[in-house]
Design a protein around this ligand. Structure first.
Ligand SMILES: Nc1ncnc2c1ncn2[C@@H]1O[C@H](COP(=O)(O)OP(=O)(O)OP(=O)(O)O)[C@@H](O)[C@H]1O
Ligand SMILES: [Mg+2]
Length: 325
């Protein structure tokens, strides 16, 4: 609580940054709905980074929703997060034109959205581990008392070593009563929990729902409900008032994993997993049961032995051709 108060009360007294002086913009990494992200050479650090510059008008419009509360900016949130599966943000500030910017490690990889679509060898081999890595990142975020509010494959990158990185903290709010109040209906329509669409009170369970939708897609390549591109949120609500299609009807998968995902999709937040940790516990158990390497790691952990390094793990996963279906 004390931490939050000090964070919100802080005034940004730092000097403004002249982007063209400091950075050499090499190429565009992505264009989000609220920002442009550049591959850029940071002349200060002498290295190539990911530079996210937020659209001023859109950011102001979004932040005006919280005019009665003190909300940390995306940069303030992102710089507090330190987790192996969350993109590392080194710095944040304002440009001379008063836009907010973030300097991040550059993730050399692809969006999880592409892997969902491709359903290729890499996806089949690493799917369950990637799901657990995403869950680990959300679990950490929740323990730090935030709600992400935009968990979806588009906001997840997978690097060349098949390690996952959660990105985009643009919609993050503190998990406190003031921010749980109904009304803040932001996120990505297909991943929004019913209580969020209905403008009811929301809490970290909306992330559990979006995480379960993401996991479902990672297996099925399709959403649990028909997609709603271009449709109004009221239409989305109408669709998700029906039960989602049972995952086992679409793909053959381990029953324990299937049930864990379906419970995360429960329309009633009281019937859903109450925390991401509960859902993760089941997924971790399944991983240990299904993967020879995960089983070895679990034994090593119990015995206090060092676990295999991430990169090595990906290689071994490849060697075993461990598949989760
Ligand atoms: N650290 C990074 N390394 C490499 N690419 C990145 C990085 N951060 C962002 N990107 C790319 O830029 C895109 C947009 O980033 P991000 O999702 O943070 O922006 P946004 O404006 O908040 O997006 P949204 O459309 O979800 O609101 C990402 O989908 C990704 O392709
Ligand atoms: Mg995004």
């Amino acid at each position: 609580m004390k931490f939050f108060r000090s964070l919100f009360q802080r005034r940004d007294t730092r000097s403004k940054t002249d982007i063209s002086q400091r950075f050499d913009l090499i190429s565009r990494l992505g264009t989000g709905s609220m920002s442009k992200v550049w591959r850029a050479l940071d002349r200060n650090q002498g290295k190539v980074v990911a530079l996210k510059i937020l659209d001023m008008e859109k950011t102001l419009r979004y932040e005006s929703r919280f005019a009665d509360r003190v909300k940390p900016t995306e940069g303030e949130v992102a710089c507090q997060l330190h987790h192996p599966h969350i993109v590392h943000t080194m710095e944040h500030g304002r440009t001379i034109h008063n836009e907010q910017f973030l300097v991040m490690e550059l993730i050399d990889g692809i969006s999880l959205a592409y892997l969902v679509d491709a359903q290729n060898e890499a996806m089949q081999t690493h799917r369950l581990r990637l799901m657990i890595e995403l869950g680990d990142a959300i679990e950490y975020l929740h323990k730090e008392n935030w709600i992400h509010r935009d968990i979806c494959p588009r906001n997840v990158l997978v690097d060349k070593d098949q390690s996952l990185h959660l990105i985009d903290f643009g919609l993050v709010v503190p998990n406190t009563a003031a921010f749980q109040e109904p009304g803040n209906r932001t996120g990505t329509a297909n991943y929004m929990a019913p209580e969020l669409i209905k403008r009811q009170r929301t809490d970290q369970r909306i992330d559990v729902f979006s995480y379960a939708v993401t996991c479902y897609e990672m297996y099925c390549r399709q959403l649990p409900w028909p997609s709603v591109t271009g449709a109004s949120l009221e239409m989305v609500l109408k669709r998700i008032n029906q039960k989602p299609q049972e995952i086992q009807e679409i793909v053959q998968l381990d029953a324990q994993i299937g049930c864990a995902i379906m419970k995360g999709l429960d329309l009633d937040p009281r019937e859903r997993w109450q925390t991401v940790t509960e859902m993760l516990t089941v997924l971790r158990e399944a991983h240990v049961r299904l993967s020879p390497l995960a089983r070895k790691e679990a034994v090593d952990k119990k015995m206090g032995r060092a676990t295999v390094k991430k990169k090595r793990r990906a290689e071994i996963d490849d060697k075993w051709q461990f598949k989760t279906q």
